[in-house]
Design a protein around this ligand. Structure first.
Ligand SMILES: Nc1ncnc2c1ncn2[C@@H]1O[C@H](COP(=O)(O)OP(=O)(O)O)[C@@H](O)[C@H]1O
Ligand SMILES: [Mg+2]
Length: 306
């Protein structure tokens, strides 16, 4: 079978890892850059052009990333993934799941709705309303974190401890989350990697700065998700992945001052290089295996017998 690896970095470490994992299982891989894909109704029968796939569509698509751009560019890139799904190609993660997880407000709403613990969060366009939320939370003794709605890698986060001079809007939107204070001297959170609903690997990230992303200097430490002390984190990471309909996800969790776990964020196109450095599990292998078995072989078996 031929798998499309959807990425704008065909020779990056993650692409090479995925290629190795699929080839080891007897499959072929081709990197596909969404920016080079087109909807073209003159192309029969399906009206879709994917570079590297001039005739037949791929048997499956592994989405490593959707490059950022204007709203129109991103929508068109997601259209390609939606179109592949409509044409019956398994897309791992599906565009609907990517849309939910890339948008922090929707993630917060869906986690809350599914009963997954997540910090109190507000998202609004109205500047006066955002300012009122800040005043109210600060008066009640809570600091807030302001995040870009589509942020990643710890970029653009701000802690609000005092009433800001201007309303806390980023790109016209306020996304405000109650601050979780550190439990010890260092700041820490956990990243749990979920593949096909199973928590396969995790790490603790520690930093002197409150933004603990590895990209911001956080140090990854191995954790055994089978330990009793991590059982609740693993449980809620799997629940968060399910709530957003992810095939695979990188779930960020923290503990509140009472030690209760909270899901902070769900990544629908998570990097795993830092995590691979602290675990023996072959993460690309686990991803390839899950895509092939759960999204390709099992559905065909059900169709054949059903
Ligand atoms: N509510 C919060 N309270 C305290 N720290 C937070 C909170 N939200 C995020 N952080 C810190 O900031 C980091 C990045 O936040 P996150 O929501 O995961 O955004 P990103 O998409 O940029 O990774 C987290 O890993 C954590 O260290
Ligand atoms: Mg994060």
């Amino acid at each position: 079978m031929t798998i499309a690896i959807v990425t704008d970095e065909p020779s990056a470490w993650h692409t090479r890892e995925l290629r190795r994992a699929f080839v080891a299982r007897g499959h072929e891989c081709r990197a596909v850059d969404l920016r080079q894909c087109r909807i073209d109704l003159s192309l029969r029968p399906h009206g879709l052009f994917l570079p590297g796939f001039p005739r037949a569509l791929p048997d499956a698509a592994f989405v490593r990333g959707v490059p950022g751009g204007t709203l129109e560019q991103v929508v068109l890139r997601l259209d390609i993934l939606h179109a592949l799904r409509e044409l019956g190609v398994p897309v791992y993660n599906d565009a609907r799941a990517i849309e939910k997880s890339v948008d922090k407000a929707m993630t917060s709403f869906l986690l809350h709705r599914a009963g997954v613990p997540t910090p109190l969060t507000f998202a609004a366009e109205d500047a006066a309303c955002a300012s009122r939320v800040v005043m109210k939370e600060l008066a009640a003794g809570h600091a807030l974190v302001s995040k870009p709605l589509f942020g990643s890698q710890g970029k653009g986060l701000e802690r609000i401890d005092v009433v800001p001079a201007s309303p806390p809007l980023a790109a016209g939107v306020a996304y405000l989350q109650r601050w979780l204070p550190p439990c010890g001297k260092l700041f820490r959170d956990w990243r749990v990697f979920v593949v096909g609903g199973r928590t396969v690997a995790g790490m603790r990230r520690e930093s002197r700065h409150w933004v603990t992303n590895v990209a911001q200097g956080g140090k990854p430490h191995p954790v055994d998700l089978g330990d009793a002390e991590h059982a609740d984190l693993a449980h809620w990471a799997a629940a968060a992945s399910r709530a957003l309909g992810m095939d695979y996800a990188g779930v960020d969790l923290m503990r509140d001052p009472d030690g209760r776990p909270c899901v902070i964020e769900v990544n629908g196109a998570p990097a795993w290089k830092g995590l691979q450095g602290v675990t023996d599990l072959d993460i690309a292998g686990a991803l390839a295996e899950d895509l092939i078995v759960r999204r390709m072989i099992e559905p065909r078996a059900i169709t054949a017998h059903g």
